[in-house]
Design a protein around this ligand. Structure first.
Ligand SMILES: Nc1ncnc2c1ncn2[C@@H]1O[C@H](COP(=O)(O)OP(=O)(O)OP(=O)(O)O)[C@@H](O)[C@H]1O
Ligand SMILES: [K+]
Length: 544
């Protein structure tokens, strides 16, 4: 189960200086904060990441005969790595990176390759066995390219899988790429090799095809906080990153590769699970300052994975509880609006059961293509929304609701039809899990549906007005289109927002079709839980 990984690569000691501002040429500045030395170097980071994720890891690296080397070897031992192939030279010092970070978080880095750059093919030959005995070998570009070629030749001769992390970005001889089974560039590194800019799913596939032609079997492109993409000649997918508060992304890419190498089966059958694991691992790394100290252990990664799946399960349960509670309240002989999204889907199934079991006379109207398909597949009695002018009751989910029962909808991209049906409904009931209920809507994401032609104009306006707009993309990287073929722009509701004014302003902007603010629409909110909570709109508040 546990993979045998050999990393052939660099070790650096990072010397970090925190400065208020950079010194100009000829200028001397006094510095108050001097951080201790930290372990670094892409080879060491990836080896540590693999070891901490449970791989049986051997590291082939070259160090000087100095204090830095002792410091690094101590760390390797603590992480349980096999250090029999750590080479020491008298001729050069251990690699060093001089990093200055200014008060804005910007950094500038000078790297002294030192012993790393003196690692020769002959050094690798000396440790041939370490490569032969591994399942997979990983290399990066902080050691001389001929040395990597030699290591990969040994690997290929012995049917050991090769992973090349082509970082830092540079052009490479085809010989090396032809010896590579899996390549793992980030977007900049991919472009440096292929000349094809990574902008969307299509361009990632074009990058992948470039590498396939050279005999590479799998391409993984990491795209920072957006996530990561994998492609083999048989399949491909984009896996979004987890939303976390990033404080320092140093070692994110290295963590991703080490973690992936420790999980991925040799036949790559579990690629999605391995990518998810690597995504989780690197999302932990970016939440901690520094490089090697921020690389998580297997236990930490598995903990977040299990917490995420437990939270997910609990949320699904609450959605279902709210939906079933609502379904039980629906009166007979009505026209019923069916909302969209995952919570509404639970409701559709629950009310369908009641209609069938109790022989109810209920006609239904769907608020999205998705809901219509679901209802039809269940054989429910459906009305065309164009043939009616009122609905008795609509039951729908919501993305966020405040304590005045104002809410945001449209996370599932069906906001236009949802709003149409909601405004023709005599009564609107919203069903949510407890994570959707908030004191205020400030800080929440609000979808704005715009016509594709002119969408950029709206985007610019929203940006200038400080709403932090972002176009909505699908998981595969393509721009998302709503059921009516429009685009969605997500904005963030400001702290001091007057919701009624915001709704009015958005609606008045040319090119905006609809927005996701649903004010004075919800009459009753049902929040799932072991004890379901029901909140009614206060009587004195006027409707619509
Ligand atoms: N801000 C972030 N939030 C969540 N996950 C992130 C973030 N940044 C990076 N990641 C995760 O780390 C992976 C690798 O990141 P990235 O593409 O930035 O690598 P990189 O450019 O090689 O990074 P570095 O050189 O800083 O180590 C991403 O695919 C993603 O899973
Ligand atoms: K970090």
């Amino acid at each position: 189960m546990s993979k045998k990984v050999v990393v052939i690569g660099s070790t650096n000691v990072d010397k970090v200086l925190n400065v208020d501002k950079y010194a100009l040429p000829g200028e001397t500045l006094a510095v108050e904060n001097h951080q201790e030395s930290h372990g670094g170097g892409k080879g060491a980071n990836q080896a540590i990441a693999a070891a901490r994720s449970g791989a049986d890891t051997t590291f082939i690296t070259k160090l000087g005969d100095d204090e830095d080397a002792k410091f690094m070897i101590e760390g390797f031992k603590k992480d349980g790595m096999n250090i029999d192939s750590v080479i020491t030279t008298q001729a050069r010092q251990t690699g060093q990176a001089y990093i200055t970070v200014d008060s804005t978080g910007q950094n500038s880095i000078y790297v002294y390759g030192g012993a790393n750059m003196s690692m020769t093919p002959a050094d690798v030959d000396q440790h041939e066995d370490a490569i032969k005995n591994a399942d997979r070998a990983i290399a990066q570009l902080e050691i001389p390219v001929p040395t990597i070629i030699e290591a990969f030749k040994i690997a290929k001769k012995n049917e050991v899988q090769t992973i090349l992390n082509p970082a830092p970005a540079k052009k490479l001889p085809e010989e090396l790429l032809q010896l590579t089974d899996i390549i793992t560039p980030n977007e900049t590194e991919a472009e440096a090799l292929t000349g094809i800019k990574v902008i969307d799913d299509d361009s990632m596939m074009k990058n992948a095809e470039y590498f396939f032609k050279l005999g590479i079997r799998m391409v993984i492109i990491t795209v920072g906080d957006k996530g990561s993409f994998y492609a083999t000649p048989a399949s491909h997918a984009f896996i979004p990153a987890f939303k976390v508060k990033a404080v320092d992304t140093t070692a994110a890419g290295d963590t991703f590769i080490g973690a992936l190498a420790s999980r991925l089966d040799l036949n790559s059958a579990n690629i999605r699970d391995a990518m998810l694991y690597a995504n989780h691992a690197s999302s932990l790394t970016v939440q901690v300052a520094g490089a090697q100290n921020s690389i998580p252990y297997e236990k930490d990664v598995l903990d977040v994975i299990s917490k995420t799946s437990k939270t997910k399960e609990a949320i699904e349960k609450e959605k279902k509880q709210a939906a079933e509670y609502a379904a039980a309240q629906v009166p007979n002989h009505i026209v019923l609006g069916l909302g969209s999204g995952s919570t509404a889907a639970y409701f559709v199934k629950a009310i369908n059961e009641r209609i069938k079991k109790e022989g109810l006379d209920i006609q239904c109207v769907a608020t999205s293509v998705g809901t219509e398909k679901l209802a039809e597949s269940l054989g429910m009695p459906m009305l065309d929304v164009n043939t009616i002018d009122r609905v008795d009751l609509t039951v729908d989910g919501a993305d966020a609701v405040d304590d005045k029962l104002n809410g945001i909808k449209g996370g599932g991209a069906a906001l236009l039809f949802e709003k149409l049906v909601a405004t023709m409904s005599d009564k609107n009931i919203w069903i949510v899990d407890s994570t959707k209920y908030h004191k205020t809507l400030a800080g929440q994401k609000l979808p704005v549906e715009v016509i594709p032609f002119g969408g950029m104009g709206v985007f610019r306006y929203l940006n200038e007005a400080g709403y932090k707009p972002e176009f909505r993309f699908r998981d595969d990287g393509d721009i998302l289109q709503t059921d009516s073929g429009n685009y969605l722009i997500d904005i963030t509701i400001p702290d001091d927002a007057d919701l009624a004014k915001l709704a009015h302003n958005l609606k008045n902007y040319t090119g905006v079709v609809e927005h996701g603010l649903f004010l004075n629409i919800c009459d009753q909110l049902i929040i799932g839980g072991d004890k379901v909570r029901v909140i009614d709109r206060p009587k004195e508040e006027t409707k619509k």
